[in-house]
Design a protein around this ligand. Sequence first.
Ligand SMILES: [Zn+2]
Length: 399
Amino acid sequence: MLLNNALLLVLLILAVAAGWTLGRSGLRMDLAGRAQLPSQYYRGFNFLLDGEEEGAVDAFTEALAVNEETLDTHIALGSVLRKRGEVDRAIRIHQNLLKRPQLSAVQLHQSHLELARDFIAAGLYDRAEQLLVDLAAQSSEFSATAQRHLLDVYEAQRDWSAAVAIAEELIALAESEGQSAAGHGQPAQQLRGHYLCEQAENAHGFGDYKAAKSFYEQALRDQPQELRALMGLVRCALKDTDRPSAMKYFSRVMESNRRCTPEILGLLRDVCSAEPYSDVYLSSLQRYYSQQSSPLLALALAEELSRQKGNEAASLFLRSTLDQYPSASVAASLALNALESQDSQPERDVLDELIRNDHGYQCDHCGFTVKTRHWRCPGCRHWDSLHYRGGALEQLNGG
Ligand SMILES: [Zn+2]
Protein backbone atom coordinates (compact mmCIF):
# COMPACT_ATOMS: atom_id res chain seq x y z
CA MET A 1 0.00 0.00 0.00
CA LEU A 2 2.83 2.40 0.90
CA LEU A 3 4.57 1.73 -2.39
CA ASN A 4 1.33 2.25 -4.31
CA ASN A 5 0.65 5.53 -2.51
CA ALA A 6 4.20 6.71 -3.22
CA LEU A 7 3.79 5.87 -6.90
CA LEU A 8 0.44 7.64 -7.04
CA LEU A 9 1.96 10.70 -5.39
CA VAL A 10 4.81 10.88 -7.87
CA LEU A 11 2.37 10.58 -10.78
CA LEU A 12 0.08 13.24 -9.33
CA ILE A 13 2.90 15.69 -8.63
CA LEU A 14 4.12 15.19 -12.19
CA ALA A 15 0.59 15.63 -13.58
CA VAL A 16 0.01 18.88 -11.67
CA ALA A 17 3.47 20.18 -12.57
CA ALA A 18 2.88 19.27 -16.23
CA GLY A 19 -0.43 21.13 -16.18
CA TRP A 20 1.34 24.16 -14.70
CA THR A 21 4.18 24.05 -17.22
CA LEU A 22 2.02 23.38 -20.28
CA GLY A 23 -0.30 26.32 -20.50
CA ARG A 24 -0.85 26.73 -16.75
CA SER A 25 -4.31 25.31 -17.20
CA GLY A 26 -6.60 25.66 -14.26
CA LEU A 27 -4.10 27.62 -12.19
CA ARG A 28 -4.99 30.87 -10.51
CA MET A 29 -3.37 34.06 -11.76
CA ASP A 30 -2.24 36.67 -9.25
CA LEU A 31 -2.75 40.43 -9.74
CA ALA A 32 0.42 40.69 -11.83
CA GLY A 33 -0.81 37.92 -14.11
CA ARG A 34 1.72 35.37 -12.90
CA ALA A 35 0.57 31.80 -12.69
CA GLN A 36 0.33 30.37 -9.20
CA LEU A 37 0.12 26.79 -8.15
CA PRO A 38 -3.17 26.15 -6.32
CA SER A 39 -3.10 26.13 -2.53
CA GLN A 40 -4.02 22.39 -2.54
CA TYR A 41 -0.60 21.73 -4.10
CA TYR A 42 1.17 23.19 -1.04
CA ARG A 43 -1.32 21.50 1.27
CA GLY A 44 -0.37 18.21 -0.40
CA PHE A 45 3.29 18.80 0.43
CA ASN A 46 2.37 19.58 4.04
CA PHE A 47 0.53 16.23 4.26
CA LEU A 48 3.62 14.55 2.79
CA LEU A 49 5.91 16.19 5.37
CA ASP A 50 3.56 15.01 8.13
CA GLY A 51 3.67 11.46 6.73
CA GLU A 52 -0.04 11.50 5.79
CA GLU A 53 0.13 10.01 2.32
CA GLU A 54 -3.59 9.51 1.82
CA GLY A 55 -4.29 13.19 2.60
CA ALA A 56 -1.52 14.13 0.19
CA VAL A 57 -3.07 12.05 -2.62
CA ASP A 58 -6.44 13.78 -2.06
CA ALA A 59 -4.86 17.26 -2.01
CA PHE A 60 -2.85 16.69 -5.20
CA THR A 61 -5.97 15.29 -6.87
CA GLU A 62 -7.85 18.49 -6.02
CA ALA A 63 -4.90 20.53 -7.32
CA LEU A 64 -5.14 18.78 -10.68
CA ALA A 65 -7.58 20.97 -12.59
CA VAL A 66 -10.36 19.24 -14.51
CA ASN A 67 -10.28 19.99 -18.21
CA GLU A 68 -10.12 18.11 -21.50
CA GLU A 69 -6.40 17.43 -21.12
CA THR A 70 -6.52 16.11 -17.56
CA LEU A 71 -9.82 14.19 -17.70
CA ASP A 72 -8.07 10.92 -18.55
CA THR A 73 -5.70 11.40 -15.59
CA HIS A 74 -8.66 11.81 -13.21
CA ILE A 75 -10.42 8.79 -14.66
CA ALA A 76 -7.26 6.66 -14.53
CA LEU A 77 -6.65 7.74 -10.92
CA GLY A 78 -10.23 6.88 -9.93
CA SER A 79 -9.92 3.51 -11.63
CA VAL A 80 -6.67 2.72 -9.77
CA LEU A 81 -8.27 3.64 -6.44
CA ARG A 82 -11.35 1.50 -7.23
CA LYS A 83 -9.19 -1.50 -8.10
CA ARG A 84 -7.30 -1.03 -4.83
CA GLY A 85 -10.62 -1.20 -2.98
CA GLU A 86 -10.63 2.51 -2.10
CA VAL A 87 -14.08 2.97 -3.61
CA ASP A 88 -15.10 6.00 -1.51
CA ARG A 89 -12.17 8.00 -2.85
CA ALA A 90 -12.87 6.87 -6.43
CA ILE A 91 -16.50 8.00 -6.01
CA ARG A 92 -15.33 11.42 -4.74
CA ILE A 93 -13.06 11.88 -7.77
CA HIS A 94 -15.75 10.91 -10.28
CA GLN A 95 -18.48 12.95 -8.58
CA ASN A 96 -16.10 15.91 -8.68
CA LEU A 97 -15.77 15.45 -12.45
CA LEU A 98 -19.54 15.57 -12.92
CA LYS A 99 -19.70 19.03 -11.34
CA ARG A 100 -17.55 20.50 -14.11
CA PRO A 101 -19.66 22.31 -16.72
CA GLN A 102 -16.77 22.67 -19.19
CA LEU A 103 -16.72 18.94 -20.07
CA SER A 104 -18.31 17.76 -23.32
CA ALA A 105 -21.34 15.42 -23.32
CA VAL A 106 -19.13 12.43 -24.19
CA GLN A 107 -16.75 13.23 -21.31
CA LEU A 108 -19.65 13.61 -18.89
CA HIS A 109 -21.02 10.24 -20.03
CA GLN A 110 -17.58 8.70 -19.53
CA SER A 111 -17.50 10.11 -15.99
CA HIS A 112 -21.03 8.73 -15.38
CA LEU A 113 -19.86 5.30 -16.50
CA GLU A 114 -16.87 5.39 -14.11
CA LEU A 115 -19.11 6.47 -11.23
CA ALA A 116 -21.49 3.59 -12.01
CA ARG A 117 -18.51 1.21 -11.90
CA ASP A 118 -17.59 2.64 -8.48
CA PHE A 119 -21.15 2.08 -7.22
CA ILE A 120 -21.09 -1.53 -8.45
CA ALA A 121 -17.74 -2.09 -6.69
CA ALA A 122 -19.25 -0.59 -3.51
CA GLY A 123 -22.37 -2.81 -3.79
CA LEU A 124 -24.59 0.28 -4.26
CA TYR A 125 -26.58 -1.39 -7.03
CA ASP A 126 -29.64 0.90 -6.98
CA ARG A 127 -27.49 3.96 -7.59
CA ALA A 128 -25.47 2.20 -10.30
CA GLU A 129 -28.66 1.01 -12.00
CA GLN A 130 -30.12 4.51 -12.24
CA LEU A 131 -26.92 5.92 -13.76
CA LEU A 132 -26.61 3.06 -16.24
CA VAL A 133 -30.26 3.16 -17.36
CA ASP A 134 -29.85 6.90 -18.12
CA LEU A 135 -26.53 6.30 -19.86
CA ALA A 136 -27.93 3.46 -22.01
CA ALA A 137 -30.72 5.77 -23.15
CA GLN A 138 -28.67 8.94 -23.68
CA SER A 139 -25.25 7.91 -24.95
CA SER A 140 -24.69 6.20 -28.28
CA GLU A 141 -20.98 5.67 -27.46
CA PHE A 142 -21.50 4.01 -24.10
CA SER A 143 -24.94 2.42 -24.53
CA ALA A 144 -23.72 -1.18 -25.02
CA THR A 145 -21.11 -0.84 -22.23
CA ALA A 146 -23.77 0.57 -19.88
CA GLN A 147 -26.06 -2.36 -20.71
CA ARG A 148 -23.25 -4.83 -20.02
CA HIS A 149 -22.79 -3.23 -16.58
CA LEU A 150 -26.56 -3.34 -16.04
CA LEU A 151 -26.24 -7.10 -16.51
CA ASP A 152 -23.61 -7.09 -13.71
CA VAL A 153 -26.09 -5.22 -11.49
CA TYR A 154 -29.01 -7.58 -12.23
CA GLU A 155 -26.82 -10.68 -11.91
CA ALA A 156 -25.62 -9.50 -8.49
CA GLN A 157 -29.24 -8.91 -7.44
CA ARG A 158 -30.39 -12.17 -9.08
CA ASP A 159 -33.03 -10.15 -10.95
CA TRP A 160 -33.11 -12.60 -13.86
CA SER A 161 -36.13 -11.20 -15.70
CA ALA A 162 -34.52 -7.74 -15.84
CA ALA A 163 -31.29 -9.40 -17.02
CA VAL A 164 -33.16 -11.25 -19.79
CA ALA A 165 -34.67 -7.95 -21.00
CA ILE A 166 -31.23 -6.30 -21.23
CA ALA A 167 -29.68 -9.36 -22.92
CA GLU A 168 -32.46 -9.19 -25.53
CA GLU A 169 -31.69 -5.50 -26.15
CA LEU A 170 -28.01 -6.42 -26.64
CA ILE A 171 -28.97 -9.21 -29.06
CA ALA A 172 -31.13 -6.77 -31.05
CA LEU A 173 -28.31 -4.19 -31.02
CA ALA A 174 -25.80 -6.77 -32.29
CA GLU A 175 -28.21 -7.80 -35.06
CA SER A 176 -28.85 -4.23 -36.17
CA GLU A 177 -25.35 -2.75 -35.87
CA GLY A 178 -22.90 -5.65 -35.95
CA GLN A 179 -21.42 -7.73 -33.13
CA SER A 180 -19.07 -4.99 -31.90
CA ALA A 181 -22.06 -2.83 -31.06
CA ALA A 182 -23.09 -5.27 -28.35
CA GLY A 183 -19.95 -4.57 -26.31
CA HIS A 184 -17.33 -6.94 -24.97
CA GLY A 185 -17.97 -10.04 -22.90
CA GLN A 186 -19.73 -13.32 -23.38
CA PRO A 187 -22.26 -13.55 -26.23
CA ALA A 188 -25.61 -12.07 -25.17
CA GLN A 189 -27.43 -15.17 -26.49
CA GLN A 190 -25.45 -17.37 -24.11
CA LEU A 191 -26.14 -15.03 -21.19
CA ARG A 192 -29.86 -14.89 -22.02
CA GLY A 193 -29.93 -18.71 -22.02
CA HIS A 194 -28.42 -18.88 -18.52
CA TYR A 195 -30.70 -16.17 -17.11
CA LEU A 196 -33.71 -18.13 -18.40
CA CYS A 197 -32.29 -21.32 -16.87
CA GLU A 198 -31.92 -19.48 -13.53
CA GLN A 199 -35.61 -18.53 -13.75
CA ALA A 200 -36.48 -22.11 -14.70
CA GLU A 201 -34.57 -23.52 -11.71
CA ASN A 202 -36.37 -21.10 -9.38
CA ALA A 203 -39.74 -22.24 -10.80
CA HIS A 204 -38.64 -25.88 -10.49
CA GLY A 205 -37.72 -25.23 -6.85
CA PHE A 206 -41.26 -23.98 -6.21
CA GLY A 207 -42.72 -27.06 -7.90
CA ASP A 208 -43.99 -25.09 -10.91
CA TYR A 209 -42.73 -27.53 -13.55
CA LYS A 210 -44.87 -26.04 -16.31
CA ALA A 211 -43.24 -22.61 -15.89
CA ALA A 212 -39.80 -24.22 -15.57
CA LYS A 213 -40.33 -26.09 -18.85
CA SER A 214 -41.40 -22.91 -20.61
CA PHE A 215 -38.25 -21.04 -19.44
CA TYR A 216 -36.00 -23.92 -20.51
CA GLU A 217 -37.64 -24.05 -23.94
CA GLN A 218 -37.11 -20.30 -24.37
CA ALA A 219 -33.44 -20.83 -23.45
CA LEU A 220 -33.14 -23.25 -26.37
CA ARG A 221 -34.41 -20.63 -28.83
CA ASP A 222 -31.00 -19.17 -29.69
CA GLN A 223 -28.91 -22.16 -28.60
CA PRO A 224 -30.66 -25.45 -29.43
CA GLN A 225 -27.83 -27.49 -27.88
CA GLU A 226 -27.72 -25.61 -24.58
CA LEU A 227 -26.73 -28.36 -22.13
CA ARG A 228 -28.16 -26.74 -19.02
CA ALA A 229 -31.62 -26.25 -20.56
CA LEU A 230 -31.70 -29.78 -21.99
CA MET A 231 -30.76 -31.28 -18.61
CA GLY A 232 -33.48 -29.17 -16.99
CA LEU A 233 -36.05 -30.39 -19.51
CA VAL A 234 -35.06 -34.00 -18.75
CA ARG A 235 -35.70 -33.35 -15.05
CA CYS A 236 -39.07 -31.65 -15.78
CA ALA A 237 -40.14 -34.62 -17.93
CA LEU A 238 -39.14 -37.03 -15.13
CA LYS A 239 -41.26 -35.02 -12.67
CA ASP A 240 -44.18 -35.34 -15.11
CA THR A 241 -43.40 -39.08 -15.43
CA ASP A 242 -43.19 -38.40 -19.16
CA ARG A 243 -40.56 -41.06 -19.99
CA PRO A 244 -40.54 -40.62 -23.79
CA SER A 245 -39.87 -36.86 -23.46
CA ALA A 246 -37.15 -37.47 -20.85
CA MET A 247 -35.36 -39.85 -23.23
CA LYS A 248 -35.92 -37.51 -26.20
CA TYR A 249 -34.26 -34.59 -24.38
CA PHE A 250 -31.49 -36.85 -23.08
CA SER A 251 -30.77 -37.96 -26.65
CA ARG A 252 -30.19 -34.30 -27.48
CA VAL A 253 -27.73 -34.12 -24.54
CA MET A 254 -25.87 -37.12 -26.02
CA GLU A 255 -25.76 -35.44 -29.44
CA SER A 256 -24.69 -32.05 -28.09
CA ASN A 257 -20.94 -32.83 -28.18
CA ARG A 258 -20.65 -31.76 -24.55
CA ARG A 259 -18.38 -34.01 -22.49
CA CYS A 260 -20.21 -36.51 -20.31
CA THR A 261 -19.80 -35.79 -16.59
CA PRO A 262 -20.81 -37.75 -13.46
CA GLU A 263 -23.96 -35.61 -13.09
CA ILE A 264 -25.02 -36.26 -16.71
CA LEU A 265 -24.43 -39.96 -16.11
CA GLY A 266 -26.57 -39.74 -12.96
CA LEU A 267 -29.33 -38.14 -15.02
CA LEU A 268 -29.17 -40.98 -17.57
CA ARG A 269 -29.50 -43.46 -14.69
CA ASP A 270 -32.62 -41.60 -13.48
CA VAL A 271 -34.12 -41.61 -16.99
CA CYS A 272 -33.47 -45.33 -17.42
CA SER A 273 -34.69 -46.32 -13.96
CA ALA A 274 -38.04 -44.78 -14.99
CA GLU A 275 -38.17 -47.13 -18.00
CA PRO A 276 -39.95 -50.50 -17.64
CA TYR A 277 -37.19 -52.45 -19.42
CA SER A 278 -34.04 -53.33 -17.46
CA ASP A 279 -31.69 -53.28 -20.46
CA VAL A 280 -32.44 -49.66 -21.44
CA TYR A 281 -29.55 -48.34 -19.32
CA LEU A 282 -27.06 -50.71 -20.97
CA SER A 283 -28.25 -49.95 -24.52
CA SER A 284 -28.29 -46.20 -23.79
CA LEU A 285 -24.71 -46.36 -22.45
CA GLN A 286 -23.64 -48.27 -25.56
CA ARG A 287 -25.25 -45.60 -27.76
CA TYR A 288 -23.66 -42.79 -25.72
CA TYR A 289 -20.23 -44.49 -25.82
CA SER A 290 -20.46 -44.88 -29.61
CA GLN A 291 -20.82 -41.10 -29.82
CA GLN A 292 -18.29 -40.18 -27.13
CA SER A 293 -15.57 -42.63 -26.10
CA SER A 294 -14.64 -41.14 -22.73
CA PRO A 295 -13.12 -43.15 -19.83
CA LEU A 296 -16.09 -42.16 -17.65
CA LEU A 297 -18.55 -43.72 -20.10
CA ALA A 298 -16.31 -46.76 -20.68
CA LEU A 299 -16.19 -47.44 -16.94
CA ALA A 300 -19.94 -46.94 -16.52
CA LEU A 301 -20.62 -49.26 -19.44
CA ALA A 302 -18.22 -51.89 -18.03
CA GLU A 303 -19.94 -51.69 -14.63
CA GLU A 304 -23.33 -52.32 -16.22
CA LEU A 305 -21.90 -55.12 -18.42
CA SER A 306 -20.42 -56.71 -15.30
CA ARG A 307 -23.80 -56.50 -13.54
CA GLN A 308 -25.73 -57.99 -16.43
CA LYS A 309 -23.21 -60.30 -18.16
CA GLY A 310 -20.41 -60.87 -15.66
CA ASN A 311 -16.84 -59.64 -15.01
CA GLU A 312 -15.40 -61.40 -18.05
CA ALA A 313 -17.60 -59.45 -20.48
CA ALA A 314 -16.75 -56.17 -18.69
CA SER A 315 -12.99 -56.81 -18.82
CA LEU A 316 -13.18 -57.87 -22.47
CA PHE A 317 -14.93 -54.61 -23.35
CA LEU A 318 -12.52 -52.43 -21.35
CA ARG A 319 -9.48 -54.13 -22.88
CA SER A 320 -10.92 -53.61 -26.38
CA THR A 321 -11.06 -49.84 -25.80
CA LEU A 322 -7.42 -49.39 -24.78
CA ASP A 323 -5.82 -49.68 -28.22
CA GLN A 324 -7.80 -46.80 -29.62
CA TYR A 325 -8.37 -44.80 -26.41
CA PRO A 326 -5.52 -45.43 -23.93
CA SER A 327 -6.77 -44.39 -20.51
CA ALA A 328 -5.10 -44.68 -17.09
CA SER A 329 -8.51 -45.06 -15.40
CA VAL A 330 -9.54 -47.93 -17.68
CA ALA A 331 -6.16 -49.67 -17.25
CA ALA A 332 -6.40 -49.23 -13.46
CA SER A 333 -9.91 -50.66 -13.50
CA LEU A 334 -8.68 -53.75 -15.38
CA ALA A 335 -5.82 -54.16 -12.90
CA LEU A 336 -8.34 -53.86 -10.07
CA ASN A 337 -10.53 -56.58 -11.60
CA ALA A 338 -7.48 -58.87 -11.84
CA LEU A 339 -6.72 -58.55 -8.11
CA GLU A 340 -8.98 -61.04 -6.47
CA SER A 341 -7.14 -62.55 -3.52
CA GLN A 342 -7.79 -61.36 0.02
CA ASP A 343 -4.10 -60.34 0.38
CA SER A 344 -4.43 -57.71 -2.33
CA GLN A 345 -6.97 -55.58 -0.42
CA PRO A 346 -4.61 -52.54 0.12
CA GLU A 347 -3.81 -52.32 -3.62
CA ARG A 348 -7.49 -52.71 -4.40
CA ASP A 349 -8.38 -49.83 -2.07
CA VAL A 350 -5.79 -47.52 -3.66
CA LEU A 351 -6.87 -48.32 -7.24
CA ASP A 352 -10.54 -48.04 -6.34
CA GLU A 353 -9.93 -44.61 -4.80
CA LEU A 354 -8.00 -43.45 -7.90
CA ILE A 355 -10.69 -44.60 -10.31
CA ARG A 356 -13.71 -43.37 -8.42
CA ASN A 357 -12.73 -40.20 -6.62
CA ASP A 358 -11.38 -36.74 -7.24
CA HIS A 359 -13.58 -35.89 -10.17
CA GLY A 360 -13.19 -32.21 -10.81
CA TYR A 361 -13.89 -29.21 -13.00
CA GLN A 362 -11.64 -26.37 -14.12
CA CYS A 363 -12.47 -22.94 -15.51
CA ASP A 364 -11.22 -22.34 -19.07
CA HIS A 365 -11.14 -18.63 -18.37
CA CYS A 366 -9.34 -18.26 -15.00
CA GLY A 367 -8.12 -21.76 -14.10
CA PHE A 368 -10.29 -22.04 -10.96
CA THR A 369 -10.76 -25.69 -9.91
CA VAL A 370 -13.80 -27.05 -8.15
CA LYS A 371 -15.22 -30.48 -7.25
CA THR A 372 -18.76 -30.05 -8.52
CA ARG A 373 -20.41 -28.50 -11.56
CA HIS A 374 -21.21 -24.78 -11.34
CA TRP A 375 -22.87 -23.05 -14.25
CA ARG A 376 -21.04 -19.89 -13.30
CA CYS A 377 -17.37 -19.89 -12.30
CA PRO A 378 -17.03 -18.93 -8.61
CA GLY A 379 -13.64 -17.40 -9.45
CA CYS A 380 -14.20 -15.16 -12.49
CA ARG A 381 -18.03 -15.17 -12.75
CA HIS A 382 -17.98 -16.43 -16.36
CA TRP A 383 -20.97 -18.51 -17.40
CA ASP A 384 -20.45 -22.16 -18.38
CA SER A 385 -16.66 -21.89 -18.46
CA LEU A 386 -15.94 -24.90 -16.23
CA HIS A 387 -14.91 -28.01 -18.10
CA TYR A 388 -14.85 -31.52 -16.70
CA ARG A 389 -11.30 -32.71 -16.00
CA GLY A 390 -12.12 -36.36 -15.33
CA GLY A 391 -11.02 -38.37 -12.32
CA ALA A 392 -7.67 -38.23 -10.52
CA LEU A 393 -5.89 -40.44 -13.08
CA GLU A 394 -7.15 -38.44 -16.06
CA GLN A 395 -5.95 -35.25 -14.37
CA LEU A 396 -2.47 -36.76 -13.80
CA ASN A 397 -2.47 -37.83 -17.43
CA GLY A 398 -3.32 -34.26 -18.55
CA GLY A 399 -6.97 -34.98 -19.38
ZN1 LIG B 1 -13.21 -18.75 -13.95
